[in-house]
Design a protein around this ligand. Structure first.
Ligand code: C2E
Ligand code: CA
Ligand code: CA
Ligand code: CA
Length: 275
């Protein structure tokens, strides 16, 4: 038993060592990912339940690692946050999404809204609003076609500060959405202080229609606050029917498409809008 205990212990530490090494390697590689052109934005369509048309695209970051292949943002965004690389990476994401959207505006997707995810560290950076304003000017993109997604947890951080930052963002004309809604503790009275446009109902609620009461309550509340509501993680026709019946505005999920590179999303866009 003692022997076994020892082996188990050694196995566990070597496992942790491997994980720590991989982490250190990834963090090192991440420093070069931007300049080596290994980062790429994928896009996932957001479909209006009223018109059946694609009216938005969420930009989702991918890292094409030369040895490890495609790495999920859930794995490298935390590393980027710890090392402050999230600032240049986040700025690249905003610029890249705006450049792509500008092209779409002028070709096959006029009036397309593109949304980008903002990490808490980015949101708290004091230059954020200036940086976004500058990017929009540089690319000459109408600000209303850029949406910033912040999570409900950012919004809980420090009410007065968040409220004034959201006002500054609103002032430059971009749209603001609260991501992963329902996973935090926002109350109705709290939300109404925020100058936001959209609520995105977290995938965990949509997953299971046993949550129908929660979902319909969130939609009712959002309507009361005059907000656009998007349901995330929609995979089945039953979910679509339910959301339509409860007057949800938009849906996003594998039912329509996984996130795809820009070129593939353009093909899909043409076919989705032919229906
Ligand atoms: P998120 O913002 O909540 O994005 C939605 C995630 O759900 C995406 O995972 C998307 O691929 C996935 N998804 C979409 N539809 C479905 C569905 O029908 N079923 C299921 N099971 N999943 C679905 P992804 O692309 O791996 O991104 C994970 C998270 O990484 C994002 O969650 C976001 O928090 C973060 N992230 C992605 N891109 C960026 C970025 O550019 N900057 C920052 N700061 N975070 C990012
Ligand atoms: Ca998001
Ligand atoms: Ca989300
Ligand atoms: Ca999430």
């Amino acid at each position: 038993a003692k022997e076994k205990g020892k082996n188990t212990y050694e196995f566990f530490t070597s496992d942790m060592k491997t994980a720590a090494l991989k982490r250190a390697q990834l963090e090192k590689d991440l420093h070069y990912a931007l300049q080596r052109g290994e980062l790429e934005l994928y896009y996932q369509p957001q479909v209006s339940l009223k018109s059946g048309k694609v009216i938005g695209m969420e930009a989702l970051l991918r890292w094409n690692h030369p040895e490890l292949g495609s790495i999920s943002p859930d794995e490298f965004i935390p590393l980027a946050e710890e090392s402050n690389l999230i600032i240049p990476i986040g700025e690249w994401v905003i610029r890249e999404a705006c450049i792509q959207n500008k092209k779409w505006q002028e070709t096959i997707m006029p009036n397309m809204r593109v949304s980008v995810n903002l990490s808490a560290i980015q949101f708290h950076q004091h230059l954020l609003v200036k940086v976004i304003e500058q990017i929009l000017q540089e690319i000459d993109l109408d600000p209303q076609f850029l949406e910033i997604e912040i999570t409900e947890s950012i919004a809980m951080y420090n009410a007065d500060y968040v409220i004034s930052k959201l006002k500054d963002l609103k002032q430059i004309g971009v749209k603001i959405s609260i991501d992963d809604f329902g996973t935090g503790y926002s109350s109705l009275s709290y939300l109404k202080e925020f100058t936001i446009d959209t609520l995105k109902i977290d995938r965990s609620f949509i997953n299971d229609l046993d949550n129908s009461g929660i979902i319909s309550t969130i939609i009712t509340m959002a309507k009361y606050l005059n907000l656009n509501v998007i349901a995330e993680g929609v995979e089945t026709v039953d979910q679509i029917l339910f959301l339509k019946q409860h007057l949800c505005d938009e849906v996003q999920g594998y039912y329509f498409s996984k996130p795809l590179p820009a070129r593939e999303i353009e093909e899909l866009y043409s076919s989705l809008n032919e229906v």
